[in-house]
Structures are given as C-alpha cells and as structure tokens.
Design a protein around this ligand. Structure first.
Ligand SMILES: Cc1ncc(COP(=O)(O)O)c(C=O)c1O
Length: 391
C-alpha cells in the first residue's frame, strides 16, 4: 500500500532518521544513558523555544500539555481571560472552566485577529490574573501577536499562557522575549516528531505562582511534580522512551538545519502557498497580515464542495489536506506546510490541486499556481530550494 502523503497541520511526515530511531531497543528510563538523551532533548528544546526556562516533558498529546499548564495555575474562582478566534483558543477557555476558573472570553472573529488595545481593555475590565492565547490558530490559519499579549499581561501583572503548538520550531516564538510564562507545544507539528509528547516551558514567575497557590486538582499533569523531577534531570513518571528517541532525532535535524533557516523555509513555503492560491483564483480565509506561516486556510470556492477538493486529492492523488473545523466545516480547506515539507511536496500538491479544481469545474489555467509558488521559492530559498529540510 502506498502511504497517503500528509499535508495536514499535524501529525506531519517523519524523516527516515526519525522513523529509524523509533525502532531502537528500549533503554531503562532511569539510566545514565537515557538521562543523557533527555538532557540533550531539553537543550535542543530550549533552543527552539528561545528560552532559558525549564521545560516539562509530558507523555500525552498537545492538549495534555495545555491541561497541565491551566490546571497547575488555576484554582476555583481564578479570573482568566481567554482570547478566542478559533477552536484551540477556545479550548483553553473550556479547560480553564473545567478547573473552576471564572472565564471571560475576548471574542475574536474566526479568521480574524485582535488589536493590542482590545487585550488591554479586556484585561482591565475582567481584572484577569491569567491570560491565554493560541499563538498560531491552526483551525483558521491565523497567527496572532503573542508579543502584544505578553506586553499587556506584564502591564496588568497577569500570568501569560500561550499555546504555541503549531508555531514552535516553524515560526518565530520568543518565549522569554515575549514574556510567555507557560509556553506549550507538541511533538507532531513543526518539530516533526511522532505524536504523543507535549511540552510546557515554565517561567520562574509561573513556578513561584504555583508554589504559592499549590492548586491541587491534577496529579499526572501537576507541573510541580515535573519541576521536582527536573531538579533530578528526569521525568516524574515513566516517559515514552520510544517517542523520546524520535524526538531527539527530530530535534537534532532542526539543529543541523538551524532554527533560522527552518523558519525561513516555513515562511517561504507559506508565502508560496498563498501566492499560488491567489494565482489560481482562490481566496484566503485570513488577511495576509495575520496569515500563519505553518498552515494556510483557503476558502472553498462557491459551487464546489469539500469532497471536490479534499476528497478528490485523497482519492485521485493520495494526498491528505485538512478540512474546516466546527463552524468552518465545509467552508475552507487547510494546507499544512510544517515540519519537513520542502518545495518538492508543496509543488506536487499545488499541481494536483490545480487538477482537482479543473476537474470539479473551477477554471484554472494549468501551471498558474505552481509557477507562482516556484517564483517565491526560488527567490526566497535560492540554492537551498532542493535541499530544504534537515538534509
Ligand atoms: C494550535 C493547536 N493547539 C492544540 C492542539 C491540540 O493538540 P493535540 O491534538 O496534540 O492534543 C492542536 C492540534 O491540532 C493545535 O493545532
């Protein structure tokens, strides 16, 4: 069976080096050999996170890391401001409600973003002690200004939780520079490791907050337990040894590519996708100003269905792209260009997309999308074009 090509916003395709690492025999998780690997994972994670903070490494998906961040700082009655604007931004609000927080939502239109003043006003009005944001909102293909939220959080002395699950390792995330107190990511997105690991980079301020309050409604996801283990350079519970092998191999690829080059590649792929979509006569959901650099959300043209695009791409070409979620279901499709995606994958997808659009009755001159994308890729990546990825 030929595997379906994944062009979704995670899980992403894994490099052979990562796949082979997953096949290695298990090590004991409390041995010096394994601890050495963990230590190197933390070093590399700090590099991609742009932080000096300690990072909790959780066996669980990204949502487990989101829950750990919220459950460790929120108590019944804690005032939390959640910035919406998509499925994942709203999820942080749902989690906070689960732990008894008094949640106020800063409603943001799906596909749009917010002005920094709105965050400032909402923080003043709600008197929130904690503010949450999904930095790169995968459900709408929007990247929000985490920097502006971090600034507002400092001014109001609020703790800042950011879900950077689809930006760390693919776009600029300045965990320390932007003052993110709890910065969350997951393994299966821009890091291009297998799904199943979640991470939270925790600031000194957030550790102090937890120590003072000792919110006690989590056990496995209580970050203070991770801190205690971090002091001994280990994890509090048995980690998925195999996934850590995969993570380590994936992070080493990022180090080889360099974070700067990786971000440049993601940005070039995103710009190429946007230009190609526009050249084909398609329209993007977000405005260019807020468009994500790791996932592109495109409106399904009038008269066409989700099946005309996504169904055909999968059936006729074996390529999987993502659909719209919740209120955007059937209205958009989303192309993931994160992780190891190179010009090769993107140009083939765009060529196939042109074909399915034409066969579904949408007029596109063959080659318009791919040519627009190629121009961007050549200008942005130059010689690195063919070699993009960790090599
Ligand atoms: C921005 C964002 N946050 C959170 C999640 C949830 O992560 P997981 O599915 O790994 O629990 C996702 C998954 O797509 C995401 O894209």
């Amino acid at each position: 069976m030929v595997a379906t090509k994944l062009m979704i916003p995670g899980p992403v395709e894994l490099d052979e080096e990562v796949l082979l690492a997953l096949a290695k025999p298990l090590m004991g998780h409390r041995t010096p050999e394994f601890e050495e690997m963990l230590e190197d994972c933390w070093r590399l994670l700090r590099m991609v996170y742009r932080t000096r903070n300690e990072i909790a490494l959780i066996t669980g998906s990204g949502t487990a890391a989101m829950e750990a961040a919220v459950a460790s700082v929120v108590e019944p009655g804690t005032r939390v401001l959640c910035i919406g604007g998509g499925k994942f931004g709203e999820r942080l609000g749902e989690i906070a409600r689960c732990f008894g927080a008094e949640v106020s939502m800063l409603e943001v239109e799906w596909g749009g973003s917010f002005a920094p003043e709105e965050v400032d006003e909402a923080l003043s009005e709600s008197g929130a002690e904690v503010v949450t944001l999904t930095h790169n909102e995968t459900s709408t293909g929007v990247v929000h200004s985490a920097e502006a939220v971090g600034r507002a959080a400092r001014e109001h002395d609020a703790l800042f939780i950011a879900d950077a699950i689809t930006s760390v390792g693919g776009d600029v995330v300045e965990t320390d520079g932007w003052g993110i107190d709890l910065c969350i990511t997951g393994s299966q997105k821009c890091l291009a490791a297998p799904p199943g690991l979640g991470f939270v980079a925790v600031s000194e301020r957030a550790w102090e907050w937890m120590q003072e309050r000792k919110a006690k409604h989590a056990f496995y996801l209580d970050l203070l337990r991770y801190r205690k283990a971090l002091k001994k350079r280990t994890t509090p519970f048995t980690p998925s040894v195999t996934l850590i092998y995969g993570l380590h191999a994936a992070l080493r690829r990022i180090e080889r590519e360099t974070l700067e080059a990786r971000i440049r590649r993601h940005r070039a792929l995103a710009e190429a996708t946007r230009r190609a979509a526009e050249a084909m006569g398609l329209s993007l959901l977000p405005s260019r100003e807020h468009a994500s650099n790791t996932v592109t959300a495109i409106r399904i043209p009038q008269g066409l269905s989700d099946d005309d695009i996504r169904g055909r791409l999968k059936r006729e070409y074996g390529i999987l792209v993502a659909g719209g979620q919740e209120k955007l279901k059937g209205r958009i499709f989303r192309i993931g260009h994160m992780g190891e995606v190179s010009a090769r994958e993107l140009l083939s997808l765009l060529a196939c997309l042109e074909q399915v659009l034409r066969c579904s009755g949408f007029e596109v001159k063959p080659g318009t999308g791919t040519e627009a994308a190629r121009e961007v890729l050549e200008a942005e990546l130059g010689e690195a074009l063919r070699a993009c990825g960790g090599g």
